[in-house]
Design a protein around this ligand. Structure first.
Ligand code: NOJ
Length: 553
């Protein structure tokens, strides 16, 4: 297998232009600001940026309500600024992925405005209509508690329209070939402007059958192949990273048995198990989730994440497990959202405990897949629970101790910068952390470097070892005669365990990738390791210098 599939081992950094860096002083982040921070990102070591929606939008769902797919929202800059940015990223070896939000448009999109105003509009059938309110209109809301229905009456159209999400996000009728053709056109447009692919929003809903009669929507998986084919004709190494929170038995339908559908998918299954494991110090359900998602086409890859811009969705855990995670990480009702998740950022969830933060990121970076980091994670940014819904975890990046954390020179930032306390910009910011060799920022840079030097994780066969302690997760990756072993102690106490089971018959030397120390089996053949509470280690197995030993294709 050729190893130039870049996404198998990338380090993805997700950010919102709006809250990253404001260059023109209007209080809103912009492409020129982001451009100025490209060297920061290159220094951190990320090699792909995922931009959250930045196209023209009324901004009622943080840009996930697009009103013009072929433009940059003027608040963030121009198409010219966008191309300068993709060019600048390319010069630094950083690829750009952008959000592709085509399950729905904004209700202010001219297509919807035209569709609703005339039954004969050519756009009428681009949306999903019903004369009567469908019987299941009160089911399937994605934002329970905030969203009341999935069918809303439009007085102008004199019909109900379907919306899986908020009522200002009418669903596109994705079965309509004209809509499909437009989706391809949108992809083609942005590819031409320098992107390497798309994080595709709400994929199961994009491909679901839609209509008033549909009670159990079937997915039209062929559509995924159409998207993939188009993309690769236009730009061979471009990809789709699918947002699809599905059960493991459906994974193959999204990747395609022959690897002919989505190249990447976020691993929601592992994400939830990971949080349960952290909350309970029991690694077994996480090991099981990893095992259940190991199988996929060789060219496919998982996107691994801890927290993203949405709530931590715990909907697939058992009730008991979910309550355990709530109790540990989001006990207060104000920390929870949509009856299924926690809306906090990771650092406050773990009470800023550096040992646990490192453990969590080290896990995320060493599970099978490609890590997706969120802006601010690298400095352990906090949240602002006084902001509504998911906005609490979307506050501006904290660059320095200057007013508003150096994000803007304006007195009114688009969202307030976290101020005061342990997570306030005065205490948690990039400028201070750059100067401190032991800071989270510098630790993260080292973690990223270590991950890049362990391509076995993205490519290799992953084996789950049994170290005989329920709180210890040990994974071994083998690829082209090289092996990496990653071990994490989820226990709040030190543990001693024997790893000889995972090593070769004769016993193998383990070289610690972080500090170069090594360990070997004792005379009886046992390979005993002693780990402090929450300790983690990445080892190269065998002992020869990896870079010398590494075989290229
Ligand atoms: C998923 C996105 O992650 C979320 O932020 C958004 O609200 C919905 N899709 C609707 O686009």
């Amino acid at each position: 297998m050729i190893n130039d599939l870049w996404y198998k081992n990338a380090i993805v950094y997700c950010l919102s232009v709006e809250t990253f860096m404001d260059a023109n002083g209007d209080g809103i982040g912009d492409f020129q600001g982001l451009q100025r921070r490209l060297d920061y990102l290159a220094g951190l070591g990320v090699n792909a940026i995922w931009l959250m929606p930045f196209q023209t939008s009324p901004g009622r769902d943080d840009g996930y309500d697009v009103s013009d797919y072929y433009n940059v929202d003027p608040r963030y800059g121009t198409l010219g600024d966008f191309v300068e940015f993709t060019h600048g990223a390319k010069q630094r070896g950083i690829r750009v992925l952008i959000d592709l939000v085509v399950n729905h448009t904004s209700n202010e999109h001219p297509w919807f405005q035209d569709a609703r105003s005339d039954p004969n509009s050519r756009y009428r059938d681009w949306y999903v209509w019903s004369d009567k309110k469908p019987a299941n209109a009160d089911e399937g809301m994605v934002f329970p508690g905030v969203q009341k229905t999935t069918w809303t009456r439009d007085e102008k159209a004199k019909q109900y329209y379907f919306h899986r999400f908020y009522d200002f996000q009418p669903d596109l009728n994705t079965a309509n070939p004209h809509v499909q053709a437009e989706i391809l056109k949108i992809m083609g447009f942005w590819l031409q402007l320098g992107v390497s692919g798309f994080r595709m929003d709400a994929v199961p809903f994009v491909i679901a059958e839609k209509g008033p009669e549909v009670t159990k929507p079937k997915e039209q998986f062929d559509m995924l192949r159409t998207f993939r084919e188009f993309l690769q004709w236009r730009l061979g190494d471009s990809i789709i990273l699918a947002e699809a929170n599905v059960v493991p038995k459906d994974n193959v339908k999204y990747f395609g048995a022959d690897g002919d559908r989505m190249q990447m998918m976020f691993n929601f299954h592992v994400n939830q198990a990971l949080f349960y494991a952290l909350a309970s110090s029991d690694a077994r359900p996480l090991a099981k989730a990893v095992e259940e998602t190991l199988e996929h086409p060789q060219t496919a890859q998982w996107g691994l994440f801890l927290r993203n811009h949405d709530e931590l969705d715990l909907g697939r855990l058992s009730e008991k497990q979910r309550q355990k995670v709530f109790q540990e990480f989001g006990p207060d009702k104000s920390m929870q959202l949509y009856d299924r998740g926690i809306r906090r950022r990771l650092a406050p969830m773990l009470q800023g405990d550096r040992r646990r933060l490192e453990l969590a990121y080290s896990l995320m970076f060493s599970l099978p897949g490609t890590p997706v980091l969120r802006y601010g994670d690298e400095i352990a940014m906090g949240d602002d629970l006084s902001l509504p819904e998911r906005n609490c975890a979307r506050t501006p990046m904290q660059w320095s101790t200057e007013p508003h954390g150096g994000f803007t020179k304006n007195d009114k930032p688009v969202l307030p910068v976290i101020s005061g306390g342990a997570f306030g910009f005065q205490h948690t910011n990039v400028a201070d952390q750059r100067r401190d060799p032991n800071s989270m920022l510098n630790w993260m840079e080292r973690l990223i470097r270590m991950r890049k030097e362990a391509p076995e994780i993205g490519w290799g066969d992953c084996k789950i070892l049994n170290p005989g302690n329920n709180g210890v997760l040990a994974l071994r990756y083998d690829w082209r005669d090289n092996s990496v072993l990653v071990v994490h102690n989820l226990n709040a106490t030190p543990v001693e365990f024997d790893l000889s089971v995972g090593l070769g018959d004769k016993g193998e030397t383990l070289i610690d990738l972080a500090d170069g120390g090594n360990s070997e089996a004792d005379e009886t053949g046992k390979h005993r390791l002693l780990f402090e509470a929450y300790a983690y280690r990445w080892y190269r197995v065998g002992g020869l210098d990896y870079l010398l030993k590494r075989k290229e294709v």
